[in-house]
Design a protein. Structure first.
Ligand SMILES: [Zn+2]
Length: 227
C-alpha cells in the first residue's frame, strides 16, 4: 500500500519518496488547512517541506561522501520519520564509517551557519529573515539530534568508528550499544525532569531501533567472539 517511488536523481543519486510520507503530509496539511485556515495551512506546508529538504541534504551528504570513498549508493528515501541513504559495498574501514557518519550532521551544521549568517546580514524583521532563522534552527536541530552518540544515529556510528581501531569492530559495536543505552537513559530522565515526556519516548525509541545496528553482517551480540 505504501510503496516508495522515485522522483528524480540529482547528482546521480536516486531520490525516493515513501507513499506513507505523502499520506502523512497530506493528512497533516489537510487538517491544518481545515482546522486553522489557509494561512496556517500554507505555513505548515512550507515548514514541513523545508524540514524534509534539509533531511534530504543530510542524506545526500552521507551518500555523496560514501560514493567518493568507494561505496555504491543505491538510493535516498524520504519517509515520515526522516531519511535513509541506502549504501552497498561500503569499504570495510572505521575511517570510512567515520567520514560517512560525520557528513550528514556536518552538512546540517554548515547549512545552519549559512542560514543564521544570512539572517544576521538582513538584520530586519522581514519574512525572508524569519524564514532564514527558521532554516537555521531546523538545521541546527537536525545536526544536534543526529550527533547524539547513540545508535542508529550518526553520533553512535562515530563512537563505534572511534573505538574500532582499538577494540575491533565486534567489541566496538557492543561497547557503543551500551554507550547508546546510557546516553538515551540520561536523555530520557532529563526529558521527564524537564516535563517533556515526548522526548523521553524518542530516547526510548532510539534504544529499541539501535539495538541491532546495521553495517554488520553478523549479529553483534550473539556472534562468537573474534568471528
Ligand atoms: Zn545521518
Amino acid at each position: 500500500m505504501f510503496r516508495s517511488f522515485a522522483i528524480g536523481a540529482p547528482f546521480g543519486v536516486c531520490v525516493r519518496i515513501q507513499g506513507l510520507f505523502v499520506a502523512f503530509f497530506a493528512l497533516l496539511f489537510g487538517y491544518t488547512l481545515v482546522a486553522d485556515g489557509w494561512r496556517d495551512g500554507l505555513w505548515f506546508g512550507f515548514v514541513f517541506g523545508a524540514a524534509f529538504t534539509f533531511v534530504w541534504i543530510h542524506e545526500m551528504a552521507h551518500a555523496l561522501v560514501a560514493r567518493r570513498l568507494g561505496a555504491t549508493v543505491v538510493d535516498v528515501t524520504i519517509w515520515p520519520l526522516g531519511g535513509m541513504a541506502r549504501l552497498e559495498d561500503v569499504p570495510d574501514s572505521a575511517r570510512v564509517e567515520a567520514w560517512i557518519a560525520a557528513a550528514g550532521p556536518a552538512a546540517n551544521a554548515i547549512a545552519a551557519g549559512v542560514a543564521f549568517g544570512l539572517a544576521a546580514l538582513i538584520d530586519a524583521p522581514t519574512a525572508l529573515g524569519g524564514a532564514l532563522y527558521l532554516a537555521g534552527w531546523i538545521n541546527a536541530l537536525l545536526a544536534t539530534f543526529n550527533a547524539v552518540p547513540a545508535f542508529p544515529l550518526d553520533g553512535g556510528r562515530l563512537v563505534r568508528a572511534a573505538l574500532t581501531p582499538r577494540l575491533g569492530l565486534h567489541r566496538a559495536t557492543i561497547v557503543s550499544i551500551w554507550i547508546s543505552r546510557v546516553v538515551c537513559l540520561a536523555l530520557a530522565i532529563a526529558a521527564v525532569a524537564a516535563g517533556l515526556p515526548f522526548l523521553a519516548l524518542i530516547a526510548v525509541a532510539i534504544v529499541v531501533i539501535g539495538a541491532r545496528p546495521d553495517g554488520l553482517d553478523d549479529d553483534p551480540i550473539s556472534d562468537d567472539e573474534g568471528a
